[in-house]
Design a protein. Sequence first.
Length: 438
Amino acid sequence: MQPKQSALKKTLTATQVWAIAVGLVISGEYFGWNYGWGVAGTMGLLIATLLVTVLYISFVFSFTELTAAIPNAGGPFAYALNAIGPIGALIAGYATLVEFLLAAPAIAVALGSYVHFLYPQCNVLITATVCYVVFTFINLLGIKESAVFNVIVTLLAIGELLLFIGVITPHFQLKNFMHNNLPFGYAGVFAALPFAIWFYLAIEGTAMVAEETNNPQQIMPKGYIYGIATLTFLALAVMIVTGGITDWQRLSAIDYPLPESIGIVLGKNNTLTKFFAGIGLFGLIASFHGIIIGYSRQLFALSRADYLPKILSKVNSKTQVPHWALIAGGLIGVIAVYSGGTDKLIILSAIGAVVMYIVAMISLLVLRKKQPGLHRPFVVPLYPYFPVMALVLSFVCLIAIIYYNILLSVIFFGVMTIVIILFLWLKKDAMKPESTSE
């Protein structure tokens, strides 16, 4: 049992966990993926997305076993700590923080771009900064209040995507989708992998609210499985129908492809175009809000385990949220907003994600051998094929991302090496795995 000052409030329901799972990811359907067209074309990105969809389906089923067996705010950090020890946990925690802390500013910039699309006088970066202030404050109110807000904006975001699909599908032309659809050959498929990952990236962050559910063993599997089913449909539908309305190159390098698409088929001055761009903010808000929850809980868990300064694990006595972790993550995000390059933030976030997936799948395989008696309320089907499939595909994605993004990969792994060296140099006490019993 955690000390009282480090205890999180248990209040989330299965519907709220589903909304967090979908909300964490749904901005990936609104922007970011279209950069994949620029390196692979429509067919190249489609192939990459199908490959990544297989990765995420096998990963989510495997990850759910860990989530239900070890409900901990640290998520993959806690699983690696139990399975492979402090260094494995450090790598998992670092990778997860990079993923979430850099995904959030990418979404914030997209929010700024959407607002700028509606109101050109609004500065993109200033709007992004304001978003950090507003949604950090909302999260400071408490997890129950945050979850209710998240359910509302997630439902609105799903409704908007369905409206988008309905509006542009009649304008879909196969000749547009197939025109110059593989301009860089099959090599482009591998270059597009980080942007295909963006369709699903951060769904694993749902694990970080496991401690805030009354019955994580039952609630977490439902939230994850329904979440990945919802996202798979939306990702494929949005990408395919958008690729057939015009020359895809018109949409391959902007942060607001969906309102631009509506503008192409209906006209930019059409009332529905403006309306769509306005409510389009809900999808970005849902993910931005959910990712703030995710990175704050990861900072909290790492601090509680003495991997980060202890102040980050302080919990507000009234709202029972890790307030200093929320504030620290927000400050890092604002700095990243001004670094420039949404595509670069997405790629770095994707590197963090696949490294974490690799560590998580290794942890699952190790725990099956190391702790066969561990209570597993949910057991991954087709074991060991699903976790092995997720592990192999994660390695394929990592190699491809490194090959096409050498400098960003050097930065990611260079900083990770420094973190490990500092950890060893400071002679942190070897950590014992936390008890997995209630």
